[in-house]
Ligand binder design. Structure first.
Ligand code: DX5
Ligand code: ZN
Length: 227
């Protein structure tokens, strides 16, 4: 994976048809998405349960772009190898998920994956100051994690600005996760984000039999570029 700051759209398959992951992934990639975002939830760190490593390995076969795995689980370290073996390109863990985030980032990189650190809405930008040389991606949660389709929390735009300044020239992606729509995307793109996760606003109105809607939705979010 080469680094660049071009705007990337990463649909979350949390909003796709769970009975049809392979075809859904092929549809969003054919319609121009850049990464595929996989939301892993444990029913403990967040109040919802989703995908384990075998499911990630099964869908990996359908992903030609980048498999972006967002771990909303605690404890996390014991599970990193399984998600790396399942084929993740990027593994993101939450700074709130345990006291040893530095070790977690080391463990992700040791598996040959890009290491991401996610911040919940209540967590300040400064909390990752001493992790900046350990990470390849910072994920700013713009909703409380656990569910798709929630409302964007506007106070997080200021956090994106702060993180962009902290990151400077380092090759670190800023990813935004939650409530991204054609209306909210320009705010975070202007603040310095380059990866926009979008679940409901990509899959809304489309299906594997009508994938052109996914393409229109992706382009509407991407239209933010240059705003
Ligand atoms: C929330 C997940 C998000 C979610 C985004 O816990 O991490 O990736 O699927 O969904 P939307 O775009 O619908 O807010
Ligand atoms: Zn996510």
């Amino acid at each position: 994976m080469d680094f660049d700051r071009a705007l990337k759209i990463a649909p979350s398959i949390l909003s796709s048809d769970f009975a049809n992951f392979g075809k859904e992934i092929e549809a969003i990639e054919a319609q121009g998405c850049d990464w595929v975002h996989v939301d892993v939830m444990d029913g403990h760190f967040v109040p919802n349960l989703t995908f384990g490593p075998p499911l990630c390995a099964a869908i990996r076969k359908h992903i030609k772009t980048v498999m972006d795995v967002h771990l909303m689980i605690s404890p996390v370290d014991a599970h990193i190898q399984a998600y790396a073996d399942a084929g993740a390109d990027v593994i993101t863990a939450h700074i709130e998920a345990g006291p040893h985030s530095h070790r977690t980032m080391q463990a992700i990189r040791a598996e040959g994956c890009k290491a991401g650190i996610a911040l919940n809405p209540a967590t300040p930008a400064g909390s990752i100051e001493y992790l900046l040389d350990m990470v390849d991606l910072v994920c700013v949660m713009t909703v409380n994690p656990g569910f798709g389709g929630q409302k964007f929390i506007y106070s997080q735009v200021e956090k994106v600005h702060s993180l962009r300044a902290m990151i400077g020239d380092r090759p670190i992606h800023i990813e935004i996760d939650g409530g991204i729509t054609p209306e909210t995307a320009p705010l975070v793109a202007a603040a310095g984000a380059d990866v926009l996760v979008a679940g409901s606003s990509v899959f809304k109105g489309g299906s594997v039999d009508n994938p052109a809607v996914y393409g229109n939705n992706i382009r509407a979010i991407r239209a933010t570029e240059g705003v």
